[in-house]
Each structure stands twice: as structure tokens, then as C-alpha cells.
Write a protein that binds this ligand. Structure first.
Ligand SMILES: [Zn+2]
Ligand SMILES: [Zn+2]
Length: 242
């Protein structure tokens, strides 16, 4: 047993890993982020999907097919995938992370995201992982960018550079909460700009955010990245509003 494994075992005995949601001791080895009971209450986004925006068609006999929204108005991103549905304990823990400024919860959610399979994304062709940026005023208020923490976990897992300087937020926008899809699109329009377009042109990029609600934010980011010549923009979020 290496020293590192030994220290890790001792620390598991002294500080047993706790479920992020219910705080009961997690029995699995290696310790999972959520206990088996809580995992049962999380809906993973697997099954028949829209290959573009990743919306789930529960129990669809038709299998994967492009959804009506993507047919009517194709997004600028090439595909979007989320790990889980935004509800219950996932919504609670994301809220604790973002608004309670609980970085240890954020670290655990980032580990959880990195453990989720995103098999239909071509990680090996990806040139850079980009977090959705926060405006510097929002960054000062919150103290961290939740998307950067998630992006770093994915970058580490797949060995891809995380670049938070290519995409910037130039406009301070009010919270998107409570707005309709059209209001969100209007609110976010023109909020982002790119830097160093030479690093964007012809590149395959993966954009990371915490929650996909209507897709307005990531779509506006993708619009700007495509305008700067990005070859392919995929979106990964931890959770998705269904
Ligand atoms: Zn639990
Ligand atoms: Zn779709």
C-alpha cells in the first residue's frame, strides 16, 4: 500500500465520506458523492434524446430525433448534453454551492459531473474546455465562477486545457430567473465577447455551465464563438430543466 493510499484510508476512518445530500456515511468504495438512496432520487438524462439540444423524450418509441424547438430554430451550438435533471436534491445542492458559496459542495458536484458518462461527445477532438463566464461584478459578489469549477473537473478528467480567457462577459445582466424564453434571449443578447479569435478559429470547443434552463445563455455564447470561427461548439451542463 502506498503512503497516499494509507493516508486516504486513515482519513476515511477519521472523517468518513458523507453523502452530499443527506449527510449519511457513504458506504461505496471509492466513496461516491451521493449515497445509494439519494442516487435513486436523481434522474439521469439517458434514453431517447434530441441529438442537438439533448432534451429527453421519456419512453419515446421513436428513439433519438431532433425536437420541434431545434427544427423550428436551430441553435448555434452543435450539441448540448446534461448529466441530470434539475430538480430535488440536485437543485438544492447546486443552490447551496452557488448562493451559499459552499465550495466544498461545488467540488463534490464537479467530481459527480466528471464521473457521468458523456459518451456521444468527442472529447479527444476537443481543443479547449470553456466555462460560461461571469461578469466581473457578479464574480466579485459571488467570489468564484461555478462553471469554471465544473469545467476544471472535466478538463482534468479528459486531459483538455481549460481556457477562461477566450470568452468574456462584457454586459452585466440581471438574473435570468423568472424570465420567459424570449425575455431570456433578449436579456442575454450581446452579453459576451471573444478574445484572441486566433485561438477560436477552426477549434472544437466544449462550453460548460451549471444549469441549462432554456439554453439562451449557452446559445448566445455559441453564437459569438461561431462568429469568431469556432468549428464545433458542444455544451455540457451538470443539470437541465425539463
Ligand atoms: Zn444520501
Ligand atoms: Zn432539440
Amino acid at each position: 500500500m502506498s503512503l497516499r493510499d494509507f493516508v486516504s484510508e486513515i482519513s476515511d476512518v477519521l472523517f468518513p465520506p458523507l453523502c452530499l445530500a443527506c449527510r449519511r456515511v457513504v458506504q461505496s468504495v471509492p466513496p461516491a458523492v451521493f449515497c445509494a438512496n439519494c442516487l435513486d432520487r436523481i434522474t439521469f438524462l439517458t434514453g431517447s434524446l434530441c441529438p442537438v439540444c439533448g432534451v429527453l423524450f421519456p419512453d419515446s418509441p421513436a428513439g433519438d430525433h431532433v425536437c420541434g424547438a431545434c427544427l423550428a430554430s436551430p441553435p448555434f451550438f452543435d450539441r448540448a448534453r446534461a448529466a441530470v435533471v434539475y430538480e430535488g436534491i440536485i437543485a438544492d445542492t447546486i443552490h447551496r454551492f452557488k448562493y451559499g458559496r459552499d465550495l466544498s459542495t461545488g467540488g463534490a458536484l464537479a467530481r459527480f459531473l466528471a464521473e457521468c458518462p458523456f459518451d456521444d461527445l468527442d472529447w479527444h477532438r476537443c481543443d479547449a474546455v470553456l466555462p460560461v463566464p461571469l461578469h466581473k461584478k457578479r464574480l466579485r459578489e459571488r467570489g468564484f465562477n461555478q462553471s469554471l469549477l465544473l469545467a476544471r473537473a472535466l478538463g482534468r478528467k479528459y486531459g483538455i486545457a481549460v481556457d477562461f480567457s477566450l470568452l468574456k462577459r462584457r454586459k452585466f445582466t440581471l438574473t435570468q430567473t423568472g424570465l420567459t424564453r424570449q425575455e431570456r434571449e433578449k436579456n442575454i443578447k450581446g452579453a459576451f465577447e471573444t478574445a484572441r479569435p486566433g485561438q477560436i478559429a477552426d477549434k472544437n470547443l466544449i462550453l460548460v455551465d451549471d444549469v441549462y434552463t432554456t439554453g439562451a445563455t449557452v446559445n448566445e455564447c455559441a453564437r459569438i464563438l461561431k462568429h469568431s470561427g469556432a468549428a464545433d461548439v458542444a455544451v455540457v451542463t451538470l443539470a437541465r430543466v425539463i
